[in-house]
Write a protein that binds this ligand. Structure first.
Ligand SMILES: [Zn+2]
Length: 183
């Protein structure tokens, strides 16, 4: 039901009210117009902040979990001795890319208005951690080139996976709602 505020006391009144139930003001036709409508409370900003915070925390958890599980599997199956350190690294990077893609899709689907940007929040902690690691090595005097490569290897998969996943998740949601509107 649409409500408008009383010009005298601000009480929310029905558009069909003859007088204000609180102060008794007799309503003029212009008093309860569309311009004076009481707006429902807007929670969307608060929800956005919560979703971003959830994405940041999920990103760190997903990274640690994927990293831990992948390294455990690589070590326990002795796959490392077959595919080598380079191959293991590729598998690690691909699994992180995949898990962030899946998480991104989920977030993008749930909050399609934010779209690919949710991937930035998902990857934020990993990016910050890799930059911090990188700076430590730069000032510690280790090979900068090697650390730049490490930085890219660590920061890129969560960023790319998260943003791409969120982009496609949001697209999937939009396509679905568009199809629902047609039907
Ligand atoms: Zn009133």
């Amino acid at each position: 039901m649409k409500l408008a505020s009383c010009p005298d006391c601000g009480n929310a009144c029905s558009l069909t009210a003859i007088s204000c139930p609180r102060c008794g003001r007799i309503m003029q036709p212009s008093d309860l117009s569309e311009a004076n409508l009481v707006k429902p409370t807007d929670y969307s900003k608060l929800i956005n902040v919560l979703v971003y915070a959830l994405a940041v925390i999920s990103g760190l958890v997903i990274f640690l979990a994927t990293y831990g599980i992948s390294s455990f599997i690589l070590k326990s199956t002795e796959l490392v001795s077959i595919i080598g350190v380079f191959g293991s690294r590729i598998i690690l990077i691909l699994s992180i890319l995949m898990s962030f893609f899946v998480a991104g899709m989920l977030f993008g689907f749930l909050r399609d208005k934010q779209g690919w940007k949710l991937g930035l929040f998902l990857a934020s902690t990993v990016v910050i951690l890799s930059v911090e690691e990188f700076l430590k090595f730069v000032f510690g005097g280790s090979s900068v080139v090697e650390q730049v490569v490490n930085l890219i290897l660590f920061a890129f998969p969560p960023l790319a996976g998260g943003c791409l996943g969120a982009y496609f998740g949001a697209r999937l949601k939009r396509n679905r709602s568009a199809n629902n509107n047609i039907v």
